[in-house]
Design a protein around this ligand. Structure first.
Ligand code: ZN
Ligand code: ZN
Length: 457
């Protein structure tokens, strides 16, 4: 069945795109509205069949979305493939020796295999067909179904989020689709026969993604629960715009502590006030052993002065941390952020790491920028964070010196008791209040009048 209505507004008697001959438009305005997604595939649709002819009579054109976009440069786009409905929707290709090769796209995502924590392979992959019957976004019934072919247990089997779809739909995506996806078209509602997918069907699919939302909190929950680490690493700009979009403008005032590289290459201040979206993973971080995240709730030392701080390492800024410079950067101190490390001193008096910066906080090689918010969701200012960090730097230096002078020769419980006494004497709300007042007075006396009205956090 052929759909010659406008792919954007469903108006009848539309004109075909002369390049791809795969989508219809009622006029220039609708064509313009569709261009951002249409341009991802218009050229491919114009050349695909000529470049790779139909491998067998039952094969149909479909769109394949692997979990990560192909290549990291340019625009992410689905890939055109031949699938065979007579062969369990496997991708089919004709090889140079004239044999047919079948690949199950749901089982063999080549990129997924590269992850250190791939999908739980003991869970069998069964396919599920998710039929789109109407355009719920623009409210009209379709002439034939467009089908989303995906893993039956994608939500429970450890499949990774489909970042190709995230990139293609950008901030308009409403739920987390995981694992590889294939989109194809049926011929009608009344039979199981399939037909080549068109760019009109692609538009239908994108409109569906804008509207469809699962009942479980959808994308906002997934962002908060740290399911999008790969996106944060590969495309931090898009990650941030998703956070803001899914927070419905609800933000909490936090602070970025920039690293040496940020200050050198971007000329930023050391403490920057930032609006943190309420779905930011910093509010729900758990220790996931990837070496990038603090994630143990508010740090112990910050609780001891009753300013409970969540602290999270951010990835280095792409502007200066790119592959060209990477070799050079590794031997510099650009990732260093010692001030932020003081916010997470080790308070375990029985540990050999006592008083040092918490090793759990500094796993892995990359350090860089650090985000700070209050666990109780109150706002915190750049100056307040500066004062807290300065306090713990002072504490760290004091403890370290006293540790050497006073604790020599002690071991076991007497050592632990001595450490406990030192902590008690140096880290408390009262000590911090005293330090903050002095710190503020010094700043004001040093000529920084903006400190005069700063209040105790
Ligand atoms: Zn139209
Ligand atoms: Zn076109």
């Amino acid at each position: 069945m052929k759909n010659t209505r406008c792919c954007v507004c469903n108006a009848p008697r539309a004109t075909i795109c002369s390049a791809c001959k795969s989508a219809y438009y009622c006029g220039a305005e609708c064509q313009r509205n569709d261009w951002r997604s249409h341009k991802l595939l218009c050229k491919d649709f114009a050349t695909f069949v000529k470049a790779s002819p139909r491998p067998c009579p039952t094969a149909m054109i479909a769109l394949y979305l692997p979990i990560l976009p192909y290549g990291q440069k340019g625009l992410a786009a689905p890939k055109m493939v031949w699938i065979d409905p007579e062969h369990e929707m496997h991708i089919v290709e004709r090889k140079p020796d004239d044999t047919l090769e079948y690949i199950d796209p749901l089982k063999h995502d080549p990129i997924e295999a590269e992850f250190t924590q791939p999908r739980n392979m003991s869970t069998p992959v069964n396919a599920r067909g998710f039929e789109i019957n109407g355009n719920y976004f623009k409210k009209f019934k379709l002439m034939y179904p467009v089908v989303l072919h995906l893993r039956d247990a994608f939500n429970f089997d450890g499949s990774r989020p489909n970042l190709t779809l995230v990139e293609v739909t950008r901030e308009q995506l409403r739920m987390q689709w995981k694992g590889p996806l294939v989109v194809y078209s049926k011929d009608s509602f009344h039979s199981s026969a399939c037909q080549d997918i068109t760019l009109t069907d692609f538009r239908t699919f994108l409109d569906f993604c804008k509207k469809y939302e699962a009942s479980d909190g959808g994308l906002s929950d997934s962002l908060r629960l740290n399911n999008y680490l790969e996106l944060e690493l590969t495309n931090p700009g898009l990650f941030n715009s998703l956070l803001f979009h899914n927070s419905v403008n609800q933000t909490i005032r936090g602070v970025d502590i920039t690293c040496e590289g940020d200050r050198h290459f971007l000329a930023t201040e050391q403490f920057l006030s930032v609006d943190v979206p309420v779905v930011h993973p910093i509010f729900d971080d758990v220790n996931n052993d990837n070496g990038y995240i603090a994630g143990f709730g508010a740090t112990e030392v910050s609780r001891m002065i009753q300013v409970p701080l969540l602290v999270r390492r951010l990835f280095p800024d792409k502007v200066w941390n790119n592959s060209t410079f990477h070799f050079f950067l590794r031997y510099q101190n650009w990732y260093s952020n010692s001030v932020a490390q003081y916010l997470n001193l080790n308070t375990d008096i029985t540990s050999t790491e006592w008083g040092c910066r918490d090793p759990g906080y500094n796993r892995g090689q990359i350090y860089s920028r650090v985000l700070v918010v209050r666990e109780d969701n109150l706002a915190i200012t750049a100056r307040q964070v500066e004062a807290v960090a300065a306090f713990f730097k002072h504490v760290f230096e004091t403890l370290d010196r006293q540790k050497l002078v006073q604790l020599g020769g002690l071991s076991g419980p007497p050592l632990h008791a001595a450490r406990g006494n030192l902590m008690g004497a140096n880290v408390s709300r009262a000590r911090f209040v005293q330090f903050f007042t002095n710190f503020r007075n010094q700043k004001v006396q040093g000529g920084d009048t903006t400190w005069a009205n700063e209040v105790l956090p």
